[in-house]
Design a protein around this ligand. Sequence first.
Ligand code: SF4
Ligand code: SF4
Length: 96
Amino acid sequence: MNDNVILQVRKDLCLGCGLCAESCPQQAISLQSGQAKIARNKCNHCGLCLNVCPQGAIVELLPVSGRDLQDTVNGLKDRAEGIIARIEKLTGQIRA
Ligand code: SF4
Ligand code: SF4
């Protein structure tokens, strides 16, 4: 598992069964108010909890900086504009 990945428990899916906490070699998971909670400072990214959760309630998140996100949006915008320009050109050729 990528060390930059953050694990998060989906509250809408977690049933509080505790299987993830039992499987964690780092004791990084506790049950609080009937739901799993991951202590990120203890997690070593082994990925075991992801595999044992019967609900698929533990998900991986990859934080993205605002700059990277903006670059991606700009890249997609440029590509979309290029595609639209080509469509308009083709449409013009068909009409001609
Ligand atoms: S194994 Fe899944 S459903 Fe069970 S407590 Fe952990 S996150 Fe919740
Ligand atoms: S990835 Fe490994 S160390 Fe981290 S919370 Fe899950 S079982 Fe524990």
